[in-house]
Design a protein. Structure first.
Ligand SMILES: [Zn+2]
Length: 102
């Protein structure tokens, strides 16, 4: 039987019994859609880009942005889900924390 706990508070969640919420977060470097123009796509540039990619493969280093894509997946109980959707970035919590520290 699947054993699932809330990733936020650690509460046991019984499948089919307790409501369970899945949070998926994907973070990646944004690309400006205007970055590549038609001029960039003519053959000369494609060759340059291809050569660039080959160079990067040869040196064993990927493009800097390759590591920038991160995916997160969390299971949350009903209460934690409610808190999450109210304040997905935890800003409320951080502010409270700052204020209480005097
Ligand atoms: Zn929880």
């Amino acid at each position: 039987m699947m054993h699932i706990t809330c990733d936020s508070c650690g509460k046991d969640l019984q499948p089919g019994d307790d409501p369970r919420y899945v949070i998926k977060i994907e973070a990646f470097a944004a690309h400006d859609p205007g970055e590549i123009t038609e001029d960039d796509l003519d053959e000369d540039h494609l060759e340059e880009i291809g050569q660039l990619l080959l160079d990067m493969e040869a040196s064993g280093e990927g493009p800097e942005l390759a590591d920038a894509r991160k995916k997160f997946r969390y299971d949350l109980c009903h209460d934690c889900h409610k808190k999450f959707v109210r304040d997905p970035l935890g800003r409320e919590f951080i502010q409270k924390f700052d204020f209480s520290e005097n």
